[in-house]
Design a protein around this ligand. Structure first.
Ligand code: GLC
Length: 470
């Protein structure tokens, strides 16, 4: 018996109540069960939200629901190639699905974004599906489900969607705004780090899942190497790098350039200089021509720890930052989704004056308990469990009494979010999964990846080529 047992019993109870059944089988979990607020689409199973439920279920050996979910997504994946852009592109997996009664029968109704607020399509669904499929095969120590022809085909379709060359020449994936957990306008279009870290995780999963000899394995390995180089080098920010950027020369042309993306030092926001500690660092939020978004986003940085996208030094530095900026990044409820909040004119232009994303609320600097599981995993991987225990204690002190809110507001996350739902499933599952991992750290292996020698060699080769080009 541990001090958390009563809390965990309640949490499991709530998670069970969230399960959705289809033709008698468990296939997913609803997003929330708030009796006070109109459900909208929160009574559906969201792919990204279910990833957290799945983590909890898998750690308890509850593989059936995860298998059913994985198979359901293969069935729902968009298969047709067509030029009609009003329909989901080939390979896309739904943001969410619901089960609807049709007379005596039940049907699955997917939403690829066509019903969602602002019609945002999910960039992350296929990526989470790959990550979960790999976690599922890890629990069973058996890859046979992933090797079935239907699954191999589904994997290839997701990869084609991600690896297809577009109009740019970066290894990162070019995406529209609001294509993932942050599904509203927040300036996370272009090359947001959160999605690049997810892509890295998903490609790492795909490497293990593709059948031996599949020509895509080499393509995936090469892309992982290029991503490693690009993200570790250009997205990384610590005191030394900030000082370099502060002294950048601009308008450089040709192969000698140092300021590769032509970042103007004047674009460094006021908050950054005092905020970046002398020790510690993080991957910045976004990068593109003339644009460095210096905001810190939790999901990408934590995934970078879990997947070994961060080098050992970078992993230690991210943990250092978390420790030194604890009040900002954890505060009264783990975890700040993005720091700092956009305010005033920035809030108007970047969010489109979105009242739900007002400063220090919701995606714009709100605190989201579901992120606890990624913190636990990342901290264990980086050898800093203590930090995750501290965060779990903070959540445990009030999250059940406050009925598992979706998010918290305020600079230090002290207030229950303005429009937060209660009994939000991934808040519950995130707590359970974090606890399970801390209690039995070997569970981290389901979602973590070791640095791969072939990928590292590829990344070093790119670094070498770049150095010689100068
Ligand atoms: C909101 C969140 C999104 C989540 C959904 C269901 O739309 O922004 O990330 O998947 O709610 O919880």
């Amino acid at each position: 018996m541990t001090e958390y047992d009563p809390l965990l019993t309640t949490a499991w109870d709530e998670l069970e109540k969230a399960v959705i059944f289809y033709r008698g089988e468990p296939v997913g979990t609803v997003a929330a069960r708030d009796p006070q607020i109109d459900a909208l689409n929160y009574d559906q199973c969201f792919t990204r939200d279910f990833a957290v439920s799945a983590a909890a279920f898998l750690m308890r050996g509850r593989t059936d629901i995860v298998r059913n979910f994985l198979t359901t997504l293969v069935e729902l994946q968009s298969r047709d190639k067509h030029l009609d852009c009003f329909r989901p592109g080939q390979g896309l997996m739904p943001a969410s699905f619901g089960v609807k009664k049709q007379g005596p029968a039940e049907v699955l109704v997917p939403d690829f974004g066509e019903h969602a607020i602002a019609r945002v399509a999910p960039v992350d669904s296929g990526l989470w599906w790959l990550i979960l499929l790999r976690a599922y095969t890890r629990v069973l120590r058996d890859v046979s489900l992933a090797r079935e022809a239907e699954f191999q085909h589904a994997i290839r379709l997701v990869l084609e969607l991600c690896l297809t060359p577009r109009f740019d020449m970066y290894p990162t994936m070019l995406v529209p705004d609001g294509g993932y957990m942050i599904d509203r306008r927040m300036g996370v279009y272009g090359y947001p780090f959160d999605i690049q870290a997810l892509l890295f995780a998903a490609l790492s999963a795909a490497r293990e899942l593709l059948a031996e000899g599949d020509p895509l394995v080499d393509a995936v390995t090469e892309r992982l190497g290029h991503l490693t180089y690009h993200l570790r080098r250009y997205y990384w920010l610590d005191f030394q790098r900030l000082n370099e950027i502060y002294r950048f020369r601009v308008e450089e042309y040709g192969s000698e350039m140092v300021n590769t993306f032509n970042i103007y030092p004047d674009s460094i926001p006021d908050w950054v200089m005092p905020w970046v500690p002398s020790e510690g660092g993080y991957f910045v939020g976004n990068l593109g021509p003339g644009r460095m978004d210096f905001r810190y986003f939790a999901q990408g940085n934590l995934l970078a720890l879990l997947t070994s996208l961060a080098s050992d030094e970078q992993a230690a530095a991210i943990m250092d930052l978390m420790e030194k900026r604890w009040e900002d990044l954890v505060g009264s409820m783990p975890l700040k989704l993005c720091f700092p909040a956009l305010a005033d004119r920035d809030w108007q232009t970047v969010t489109g004056a979105d009242p739900k994303n007002s400063p220090w609320s919701y995606h714009n600097g709100g605190n989201w308990p579901f992120l606890l599981w990624l913190l636990a995993g990342g901290a264990i991987k980086a050898g800093c469990q203590e930090l995750a225990h501290r965060a779990l204690d903070i959540a445990a002190s009030r999250i059940t009494a406050q009925h598992w809110p979706e998010y918290y507001d305020g600079r230090d996350g002290r207030f229950i979010g303005k429009e937060a739902r209660s009994f939000q499933t991934w808040s519950i599952a995130g707590f359970i999964a974090a606890h399970e991992m801390l209690a039995q750290p070997q569970h981290v292996e389901l979602f973590s990846y070791e640095e791969n020698p072939t990928v590292v060699a590829c990344s070093l080769r790119v670094a070498d080529e770049m150095a010689h080009a100068r």
